[in-house]
Write a protein that binds this ligand. Structure first.
Ligand code: G6P
Length: 595
């Protein structure tokens, strides 16, 4: 979702802004723009669509030592060049990530005071409001501090003020923003990878922090008082962003899963390591898991795992629902927030609510030092590395892995019987993943790419896995798809099964395989084209499928990781054969920083 970049220094800001915006592309956007100073005046260039459209409008000879740039994911107002950022009102030029919820009342007041608006955005209102305050007091830090108490919603702003072209200003509340510290140059950005080509030193801003950034100094205020900030170092090598010859980041990231899990497993492949790396949570008598999207699906998988292995009740909640419902949570509750980005607005809000209610909070997070990672009581990092494709793959499987290890740690601490050979089996999983990675599914791809609806079935943990499979397919192929608990299909949705409607079923639980197979046959009787993915140890009758994909059996705890790999690859191949924009699917954002 919206990306912010800003530069101040001795060099030309324009190529740095464009490069930063390209690095932020993965977050999802539908227009882009930059502002810089030319002939002592602000020049704004912005355009709908891809950054390439913006680049066509740039003038080669322009050069400026200060600039701000933005990729916009439309919220208020369509994806037009007028609505694109930066916006300028009076003395203030600004880019924004977030939503100003009370923009309408501010807009009415500003119109009464003579302001005119060129866009439908809440952002232009924020820009005008800052100008309105600044006109009065001529002090930008004071104006922004006032805004902190007036603006409702979330925001990260990058700002240039007309009277001061030697400074960039930044402020944030509930939207990500960092300051990059260079040599005689400084940056603002939505995330550190956006500036890694220039520096790996950065400073984090807390909510309501206001930063004045010159080429060689960063001063941060909170409540009008100067606050000191640590300079941090980002340790991930920027080469991990390279596509390494793959056609898409998604394929690269699918393929990375065996190596990443192999590295991760090394921290959890014995009782001692598990107990050392995962704290004791046995005193909590109830667990809530909150998350969005694929992270929510990882939560559903782990509900089955934790309940089965550790004998504790687990409720999994979509974060945007959790935050607005009556909650039965107290200090005996553990609330687990799962988030790849660590910035998802609803998940972050849920953590805050859980803390207010006295719960202990644990984050299962990929991006280190992200907002959720900083706010939870404990954090376990999933160590998936930078994930660029919008559709998560390695982010999801590493979440499932950590949650399974959490289930195992609870079982060990509660002296619940576990398979004696479990750690040897866990160590074999990366090889089993490897054996699934080179399959192409050409025949299936040809069949599926022509379909308008595809259904997924599974029971129990297989149902949890197909929730993710269905999401993966629909987000990158744009084919409508739904996942059903196998037994539930006949309560309505079976009416949609026609001749040759694909039904993809996951069958990996021996105890209930027959039940699922009966449900599959019910769909075949109505004309379904049945595709079954099953572990090698389960007998699958010939009359229950048109295509059968076999996968290895591993420990129950990690079976969902193997299950999802063929389904990720099928989604990828279908999307590729349809010519979809796989890494940046339409309308989607990687990091959903507004609610
Ligand atoms: C977006 C992404 C999904 C992701 C979800 C939650 O919708 O496209 O891939 O699962 O947000 O993101 P998080 O960063 O909290 O895991």
């Amino acid at each position: 979702m919206c990306g912010i970049i800003g530069y101040i220094g001795k060099k030309n800001s324009i190529p740095r802004l464009i490069n930063g915006l390209k690095t932020l592309e993965y977050r999802g956007y539908d227009s882009a723009g930059i502002a810089y100073v030319k002939d002592n005046k602000i020049k704004i260039i912005k355009e709908a669509g891809k950054i390439a459209n913006l680049e066509k409008l740039l003038e080669d000879k322009d050069s400026s030592n200060i600039g701000i740039g933005h990729t916009r994911w439309a919220t208020h107002g369509g994806a037009t060049s007028n609505n694109a950022h930066p916006h300028k009102q009076g003395h203030i030029t600004l880019v924004h990530n977030g939503i100003i919820e009370n923009y309408q009342e501010l807009k009415d007041m500003l119109i009464d005071n003579g302001y005119k608006f060129n866009s439908d955005t809440d952002t232009e209102v924020a820009c005008a409001y800052i100008d309105y305050l600044y006109r009065e007091n001529k002090d930008i830090v004071e104006s922004l501090d006032k805004c902190n108490s007036i603006f409702k919603g979330s925001y990260a702003f990058g700002i240039i003020v007309d009277d001061d072209y030697d400074s960039l200003y930044a402020v944030r509340k509930n939207s990500p923003l960092i300051i990059g510290i260079g040599d005689n140059e400084n940056y603002i950005a939505s995330d550190v990878p956006a500036i890694l080509d220039y520096t790996n030193k950065y400073t984090l801003l807390n909510n309501y922090d206001i930063a004045k950034i010159t080429k060689d100094k960063v001063t941060v205020y909170n409540n009008l008082k100067e606050v000191s900030k640590d300079i941090l170092t980002y340790n991930i090598d920027k080469s991990v962003r390279d596509i390494n010859g793959y056609d898409h980041y998604m394929l690269k990231e699918i393929n990375e899963q065996s190596i990443i899990l192999n590295n991760l497993i090394k921290n959890y492949d014995s009782k001692d390591k598990i107990l050392k790396n995962i704290k004791d949570y046995t005193k909590y008598n109830k667990i809530f898991i909150v998350a969005c999207g694929s992270a929510y699906h990882a939560g559903v998988v782990s509900k089955y795992m934790i309940e089965k292995y550790a004998d504790i009740e687990v409720n999994v909640e979509i974060a945007s629902e959790f935050r607005y419902k009556k909650l039965f949570i107290d200090n005996n509750t553990l609330v687990i927030a799962i988030s790849q980005s660590g910035e998802t607005a609803d998940t972050l809000a849920s953590v805050r609510i859980a803390k207010e209610l006295g719960a202990h909070t644990l984050g299962i997070i990929n991006v280190e030092e992200s907002s959720i990672a900083r706010e939870v009581d404990d954090v376990i990092y999933t160590k998936a590395g930078i994930e660029v494709a919008v559709a998560t793959t390695k982010g999801y499987t590493t979440q499932v892995f950590i949650l399974s290890m959490l289930a195992l740690s609870l079982a060990i601490r509660k002296n619940i019987n576990i398979d004696k050979d479990i750690f040897n089996k866990i160590r074999l999983v990366p090889n089993l993943i490897n054996s699934l990675l080179d399959r192409k599914y050409n025949y299936l791809t040809k069949i599926l790419k022509k379909k308008n609806d595809i259904f997924f079935l599974g029971r129990n943990i297989d149902y949890a896995s197909v929730l993710e499979a269905s999401l993966k397919l629909k987000e990158i192929t744009y084919i409508h798809s739904e996942a059903y608990a196998a037994g539930e299909l006949k309560h309505g949705t079976i009416s949609l099964i026609e001749d040759d409607t694909p039904v993809i079923s996951l069958v990996t639980n021996k105890d209930i395989a027959e039940k699922t197979i009966s449900n599959i046959k019910e769909t075949i009787a109505r004309g379904a084209y049945s595709i079954i993915i099953a572990t090698k140890d389960i007998d699958i009758p010939k009359d229950s499928y048109n295509d059968l994909i076999r996968i290895d059996r591993t420990v129950d705890l990690l079976q969902p990781i193997l299950n999802i790999i063929p389904l990720q690859l099928i989604a990828y191949n279908v999307a590729k054969s349809k010519g979809c924009d796989i890494d940046k699917p339409r309308n989607l954002a990687k990091s959903v920083t507004v609610e």
